[in-house]
Design a protein around this ligand. Structure first.
Ligand code: GLU
Length: 317
């Protein structure tokens, strides 16, 4: 694999539209693999035979293939954005309330919290994201608007919004999230009203965006915290570095080791079938295919990223 320092040249060396077209063709041969998440009823009705991929490079190149412009439910991909917002207001103190170790257990598990005093393992699993939501609620006057504004500015798409049906579906069936937030609260690690925390969390999960929106929305992580889409500094370089680190080690549920092995990029997945990935100093990517593997990651999305890093040599390793 080429070291990242060579990647200005790597971009020029590769036929990126050709690579995306080849991956698209390969993935479509495998349609039907994986299962859509049906524990959230509204997600269960999404067709499994969809695949989109978008990449946005720091040199301005943008490439899309397949269903890259079809909006989908971002779900846990938004945990990257909420973490960024929380770090801006809480700084390093955030790490007193949430850890940064892989959990090794499913994303909505309760068991570790009992042993670890209500401090979630990391901000990219549900328990951690609920604490992050609590931090945001404590610091922002209008938290939901702040998140929406952030997503719209980062993606360059002013029409990004919450899918009301998915939101209602999550709220109605969020038994585990309700359990998690109450359990964490019992340890004193949630400070706001439980329903307000859950509502914020469901709103972030229910955002509807497409691959291009999402790829753009994390481009600041490829550029040391600077967002070329909006032209502003989103977060400090040291924070961008740490968000990338947490994505690499914790961003793909309890398959983060396997994902690093096969793909080797900081990434975050969601049960809507989206995965964002960052090639530091080069580009950001988003893939989407709703069929999930047993860990909750998009099966064909993960495969597409694997093939992309194989074909381009772009990986942090
Ligand atoms: N809204 C989902 C939940 O809370 C998000 C899960 C995910 O994408 O990891 O269960």
């Amino acid at each position: 694999m080429a070291p990242i320092s060579d990647t200005a040249n790597v971009l020029a060396r590769h036929d990126l539209p050709g690579i995306l077209a080849a991956i698209n063709a390969e993935v479509r041969e495998r349609f039907g693999e994986g299962r859509v998440a049906d524990y959230i009823p509204m997600l269960g009705s999404v067709p499994v035979d969809r695949f989109g991929m978008a990449l946005v490079a720091l040199d301005g190149q943008v490439h899309c293939v397949g269903d890259a412009r079809e909006p989908f439910s971002v779900q846990s991909v938004s945990k990257v954005h909420s973490l960024t917002l929380a770090l801006e207001v809480a700084g390093a103190e955030l790490w007193d309330r949430v850890g940064r170790e892989p959990s090794g257990v499913p994303f909505n598990s309760l068991v570790q919290l009992e042993f670890e005093g209500g401090v979630p393992r990391n901000p990219l699993i549900n328990s951690g994201a609920l604490v992050v939501a609590d931090v945001i609620l404590s610091h922002y006057q209008r938290p939901r608007e702040a998140l929406l504004e952030f997503m719209r500015a980062r993606s360059g798409n002013a029409s990004v919004g919450v899918d009301r049906e998915v939101f209602a579906s999550e709220k109605q069936t969020g038994y585990r999230n309700t359990a998690l937030v109450n359990f964490i609260r019992s340890f004193g690690n949630i400070h706001n009203d439980i329903d307000a925390v859950l509502d914020f969390y469901y709103a972030q999960c229910s955002l509807e965006m497409d691959c291009l929106d999402l790829a753009r929305s994390v481009l600041f992580l490829a550029d040391e915290g600077h967002c070329p889409v909006s032209g502003v500094g989103v977060t400090r370089p040291d924070r961008a570095k740490r968000i990338n680190a947490v994505m690499l080690t914790c961003g793909t549920y309890d398959a983060a080791g396997d994902f690093a092995f096969h793909v080797g990029l900081p990434a975050k997945s969601g049960v809507g079938g989206g995965i964002v990935a960052v090639v530091p100093k080069v580009m950001s990517l988003c893939v989407w295919s709703p069929g999930l593997d047993t860990k909750g990651n998009s099966l064909l999305g993960g495969y597409a990223l694997h093939r992309f890093t194989e074909m381009t040599g772009l990986s942090i390793f």
